[in-house]
Design a protein around this ligand. Structure first.
Ligand code: SF4
Length: 213
């Protein structure tokens, strides 16, 4: 990475951290995924129960296997062989986890977090329930404002997520949103965290490299 790109990422990252802090979040900027994963491993107690939302960013940090390996009880609803009832039960337990981990679809320059969800199991525990929430966001998800965040989701996040998850929605063929109306649509809920939820301790880690979708 050349110096001007490094400078730009660091400057944008620090700017967003400042805005998030103004919005009452705890926020930290780190330059890369290794630093982000190390920070999470340091801040999460080794006996804390863990919930997490589906996230390419978390996959890229490989944080869930590391937490499992060191002994944290992880509510891993992605383990192969689980029945739909078992998946639902684990997701419900996430609401009572000590620590909940998630990515986010976008963060604005004003420090707002925007997410679009299909089921609500990802955004629900981000807002209320767990003792502590960590949200990891790559530099590619910084946007100007909420309108740009919503455009980003429809153009850059949802179509590849549909493809990744094998959903038969039209954007998985066209690459762009056509505002589908069928039962497999994944854009059902939009949350905007203008400020930190009153009773939830949320720490946002902004990472100076591209992560997630
Ligand atoms: S509304 Fe439908 S077509 Fe549009 S991005 Fe979401 S799932 Fe794809």
């Amino acid at each position: 990475m050349n110096d001007s790109v490094r400078w730009h990422r660091d400057t944008l990252g620090e700017k967003v951290v400042k805005a998030l802090t103004k919005n009452n979040f705890t926020a930290t900027y780190v330059q890369n995924r290794q630093e982000a994963a190390a920070m999470l491993l340091e801040l999460i107690p080794p006996d804390a129960t863990i919930g997490f939302g589906g996230s390419v960013t978390l996959n890229e940090l490989a944080i869930i296997p590391q937490l499992e390996e060191r002994g944290n009880p992880v509510g891993n609803y992605m383990k192969p062989g689980l029945s739909p009832q078992e998946v639902k039960a684990i997701r419900r337990q996430h609401l009572l986890a000590d620590v909940y981990l998630s990515g986010t679809n976008a963060v604005t320059l004003d420090g707002e977090l925007v997410n679009v969800d299909a089921t609500g199991n990802r955004v629900g525990p981000m807002l209320y329930g767990p003792e502590k929430v960590f949200i990891v966001v790559g530099i590619n998800k910084i946007v100007k404002d909420v309108a740009e965040a919503q455009s980003r989701v429809k153009l850059w996040a949802s179509p590849p997520n549909n493809k990744r998850l094998g959903y038969p929605n039209p954007c998985a063929q066209t690459g762009v949103c056509v505002d589908c109306q069928g039962p497999t649509r994944i854009c059902n809920i939009t949350t905007i965290m203008h400020k930190k939820p009153r009773l939830t301790d949320v720490h946002v880690i902004v990472v100076g490299e591209e992560l997630g979708l």
